[in-house]
Design a protein around this ligand. Sequence first.
Ligand code: NI
Length: 225
Amino acid sequence: MLLHVENVLTPDQVAHAREALAAQAWVDGRVTAGEQSALAKRNLQVPEDAPAARELGEMILTALGRNPQFVSAALPLRVFPPLFNRYDEGMAFDTHVDNAIRFAGPVRFRTDLSATLFLTDPGDYDGGELIVEDAYGEHAIKLAAGDMILYPATSLHRVAPITRGSRWAAFFWAQSMVRADAQRSLLYDLDNAIQAMSVKVGQGDPAVVSLTGTYNNLLRMWADV
Ligand code: NI
């Protein structure tokens, strides 16, 4: 499932993030790349341990925790502290897959979902689309500042070369309670249907209660916590 989550950050939060990032010492993005993807990667990043990266990362994690669409779609068990990258003119990230396992300090976790949270207005740069491949072909993604795309970390993906301006973003991975993308998608669809139905007939309606039970039983069967 490829999911566009709107307004993860408010315009004020985006402005705050951009101001803090503008003051950072950006380094070669290959510091967090695996051996294979290092060959494909040409961008800049804020060092993981920079205080500003931590503070902005916390702001994003708090926003995500309050975002019902993210919680329902990702069913997050652990979210990797967000990192920040930047592609200036001529920079790109060729086709690659993300590592299956990552370390956040001593904590090891599986990357089920990848996320990119856009921090630059799309009118301020050309190129720079995130291109994700799935069974239906290629999807070129370029979102408003403050919006996020969530996609299975198993997908081949790339960032198209920037031909004008500079594209800033936060990116991170999440380990989900539900490992398989197809199962997460089904739970997300079911949750949306239950929410829509309870608006029409009320939360206490027997059909809503029954479907909520089914949702919970599927989650019990599939969750790995
Ligand atoms: Ni990647």
